[in-house]
Structures are given as structure tokens and as C-alpha cells.
Design a protein around this ligand. Structure first.
Ligand SMILES: C[S@@+](CC[C@H](N)C(=O)[O-])C[C@H]1O[C@@H](n2cnc3c(N)ncnc32)[C@H](O)[C@@H]1O
Length: 220
């Protein structure tokens, strides 16, 4: 029977702790991220800042999966946002809450959620962030539809995936991740593009950084 990677993350698989050390660490973490993904973690922050800085005050943000709260580093200081940080893993949410407190980001609500089946009403958010995410799910296409559903018309989606067509160099990452049960089937870049269109997104932009593909799109 195929392993459900989301359940492994939910139970705080040992890899989740290593991942947190990589993304939460400073120089060594950044180096390990570069070795694993073939690009700098600064790429993630650049994409997150592009969307967060463009938001008017009072905007509603869903960061799912928030992991250890990496995108909180990119919330403009003092910006009035309604920021929901959601993840399937209680341990990750605990890390995010700690990160929000340490960085003095006010008003962050942390919440357990399965991004393939969100409890939010339609159109609840102006921006959804979903970094380093779709490759960790059993059903990433369904998640893309859920993210579209909870975005208001004109709302923005920004995220990333370790795509399966990133090249041979990244094959060990995919195979190893599948073997230890923390990665799902993933997707190629053209699948991601198609899923975004099918879910009702327009103006999709995909940008490749090593093994990771970042995407931005607008909810029609
Ligand atoms: C590789 S981490 C990425 C976290 C963060 N966005 C980042 O870029 O560092 C993957 C995250 O997905 C979460 N996750 C896995 N399956 C999920 C699901 N079905 N719904 C919500 N979160 C999920 C895990 O708990 C983990 O925090």
C-alpha cells in the first residue's frame, strides 16, 4: 500500500525535524538547502516578499503549509494583515507560533488543516502562500483546487514545488523522499501549469530555481 506522506508529516516524521533545522538554521541551513535544491533559500523569500509587500492593509493571507513559519520572515514590519498559518502537523504549528513570537509578527492565527480539504468558506483569502508544498501531498491536484476555492476573485496564489522534471541530479531526492514516505507523486511543470488553469487561475508565471519551481497566479 502506498504511504500517505501527509500522515507522515502530521506525525512529525524525523525528516520534518531535519527539514526544520535546514530552513530554520542560518549559514549551515542555507548551505544544506542549496545542496538539496540546487538554489538559494533566498529565492523563496524573494517570491514571498513580492506578494506580501503588494498587499493592502487588512488583507487576508493563508500560509499553507506554513511548516516552521519560514514565510513569516517576509511579512513587512508592522503591516496590518490577517495571517492564518496552517499545517497538518501540530509540531510544525508549534514551531510557527514560536517563530511568530520571536519575530514579533502580531495577529498570526495558527491552525491545523489538510490543504486538500480546507474548512474555510469560498473566497476567504486575498493571498495564499504554499511554499515547498505540492510534492509533499498524496493528491496535489486536489490541493490546487482547494487553494483556488478559498481565494477571492482577483486573489493571488504563490508557492513552489520540487518538480519531478527538475533533472537527473534531483532524482535521488525524489526517490529518497518517496522511500522514507515524506514525498508524494509530485508533478511536472506542465502538470502544475495545467492544474492552475483547470482550477481557475490566470496569468500563471512559473520560474525555475534549481530543482524548485516557483509559481504565481491570479484567481479569475
Ligand atoms: C517541505 S515542508 C514546507 C513548509 C514550508 N512551507 C516551507 O517552505 O518551509 C512541507 C510541509 O507540508 C506539511 N503538510 C504535508 N501534508 C499536508 C497537508 N495535506 N495539509 C497541510 N500541510 C501538509 C508538512 O507538515 C510540512 O510542514
Amino acid at each position: 500500500m502506498a504511504l500517505d506522506p501527509s500522515r507522515a508529516w502530521q506525525r512529525d516524521h524525523p525528516w520534518a525535524r531535519i527539514y526544520q533545522a535546514v530552513t530554520g538554521g542560518e549559514r549551515v541551513g542555507a548551505l544544506l538547502w542549496r545542496l538539496g535544491t540546487g538554489a538559494g533559500v533566498s529565492e523563496l523569500h524573494r517570491h514571498a516578499r513580492r506578494e506580501l509587500e503588494a498587499l493592502p492593509p487588512g488583507s487576508r493571507v493563508l500560509d499553507v503549509p506554513c511548516g516552521g513559519g519560514i514565510a513569516l520572515q517576509d511579512v513587512p514590519h508592522g503591516r496590518d494583515l490577517r495571517y492564518v498559518a496552517a499545517d497538518i502537523s501540530p509540531a510544525m504549528l508549534h514551531r510557527t507560533a514560536r517563530e511568530a513570537a520571536a519575530r514579533g509578527v502580531d495577529g498570526v492565527v495558527v491552525r491545523e488543516a489538510d490543504m486538500q480539504n480546507l474548512s474555510d468558506p469560498d473566497g476567504a483569502y486575498d493571498l495564499v502562500l504554499t511554499f515547498t508544498s505540492l510534492h509533499c501531498l498524496p493528491d496535489p491536484e486536489r490541493a490546487v483546487h482547494e487553494l483556488a476555492r478559498v481565494l477571492a476573485p482577483g486573489g493571488r496564489l504563490c508557492g513552489s514545488i520540487f518538480s519531478t522534471d527538475a533533472g537527473l541530479r534531483f532524482l535521488p531526492v525524489h526517490t529518497g523522499g518517496r522511500a522514507i514516505g515524506v514525498l508524494g507523486p509530485g508533478a511536472t511543470r506542465s502538470q502544475v501549469r495545467r492544474w492552475l488553469a483547470d482550477a481557475g487561475f490566470v496569468d500563471a508565471e512559473l520560474e525555475v530555481a534549481g530543482g524548485i519551481t516557483y509559481f504565481h497566479a491570479t484567481r479569475s
